[in-house]
Structure formats: C-alpha cells, structure tokens
Design a protein around this ligand. Structure first.
Ligand code: URA
Length: 216
C-alpha cells in the first residue's frame, strides 16, 4: 500500500472543519483537528480543547500544552516528532456566573466525535498511543481505566498495537505545589515509556492489522 498519509490527513482535516454532528459546533470558534507529524508512530491523545485551543485551532497550546512541550523536551522530543490530537475536537463549555468555563464533553458529544479520532488513527496507524488523562484512557484502553493504579503500564488496544496512559498536564498543574511537582516527573517517565515502546514495536514482526508508520 502506498498511501500518502499527509494528503489523506489534510483531506480529512478539511472535512472535519465542516462537522456539525453535535451541538459543540454551534459554540466553537475553531475545530481543533490535531497537529504534528502524521507519519509518526507515536500519537498523543488528550481529552478536548480548552479556551486557547478553541481560539487558535491548535491542540495543547495553553498552560497544559506548555507543560506537555516541556515533558516532550525532557525526552528530547518536540511536537514535530508526534501527532497530537484529542478525543473530542471542539471545546465543551458552559456559562457560569457570566463566565465561560470548560466542562467535560457529554457521552453524546463523545459518541458523535470519536469517528473522527478513529479515522485519524486509521490513517496514521500509530504503533503506540499515549493517552493523556482518564477520559482518553477510557476510550483508548478500557472503559473502567483508573489513572492512579493503571498509568505507566503498556496495554494492547484495538486502536494501536500498544497504548499507555499518563496524567493529564492540566491535572498536574492543579496538583503542583511548592515541594511537589504535581506529577510532572511521572508524565516525563510515561512519555519515555511510550517512546521506548515505539522502538521495541518497530523490531517486532509487522502484521497486516498494524502497518508500521514511516519513521520521522
Ligand atoms: N487539554 C486537552 O485535553 N486537550 C487540549 O488540546 C488542551 C487541553
């Protein structure tokens, strides 16, 4: 198979920009499709865009994104080495006391949006998916995923040969205090685990089901 992955992803991005499958399309400023290297064997999947992502159309560009960039850099990686996207492509928010705040996407919103993620995975065919936060891990790894007990473990999944979950950078920011890094060192370690799993997976015999992505 000689598919042009960047072309297929661009074609899909143009379709996704027009999506009106759920009510989030009425309140979004931008669809946050995903970015990075579509030929990377490592895909990072977060929960959904926040205010900065909605304003810019780019994933993980707020404070949580800065922390993710730092954790990637600690592993000598940048977003050009991975594909970064979310389970849900539009911001879920509500107005409370006259202010707009993020809320978790509803089950219906997740259900209408995940075909986009599934299609991205089908095109990119990552060897390893790193789920950031429980909502992503519950979709990619298993419904009853428990972050405290099950992060940092390699799982086989139906989406990619392997998946691993890490603490969400926004959660880490909320936990961090004067003498606790909030779990940043765990995020760095889990990115390292995912990266090393890519190296291992590349040495395994490739099956028809999981085509290896082109090495960046
Ligand atoms: N949190 C997410 O889960 N995704 C983003 O893109 C930004 C913040």
């Amino acid at each position: 198979m000689n598919e042009n992955i960047p072309e297929l992803i661009e074609e899909m991005r143009l379709q996704c920009m027009q999506c009106e499958q759920c009510g989030l399309s009425q309140t979004r400023n931008n669809v946050v499709f995903g970015e990075g290297n579509p030929e990377s064997p490592l895909m990072i999947v977060g929960e959904g865009p926040g205010a900065t992502e909605d304003a810019t159309g780019r994933p993980f560009v707020g404070r949580a994104g800065k922390l993710l960039d730092e954790a990637l850099a600690a592993n000598r990686m940048s977003r050009q080495h991975v594909w970064i996207c979310n389970v849900v492509k539009c911001r879920a928010c509500l107005i409370e006391n006259g202010r707009i705040r993020n809320r978790p996407p509803t089950t219906e919103e997740v259900t209408s949006c995940t075909p986009w993620l599934e299609k991205q995975i089908e095109i990119i065919k990552p060897l390893v998916i790193l789920s950031l936060g429980a909502p992503s891990a519950k979709f990619i790894i298993k419904k009853d995923f428990r972050m405290t007990k099950e992060r940092g473990i390699i799982y086989p999944t139906r989406f990619a040969r392997y998946a691993v979950a890490a603490l969400h950078p926004a959660y880490i920011l909320r936990q961090a205090g004067q003498d606790y890094d909030g779990g940043k060192s765990l995020l760095i370690a889990d990115i390292d685990l995912a990266r090393r799993q890519v190296v291992k997976a590349k040495k395994e015999p490739q099956t028809d089901l999981f085509q290896p992505a082109i090495i960046p």
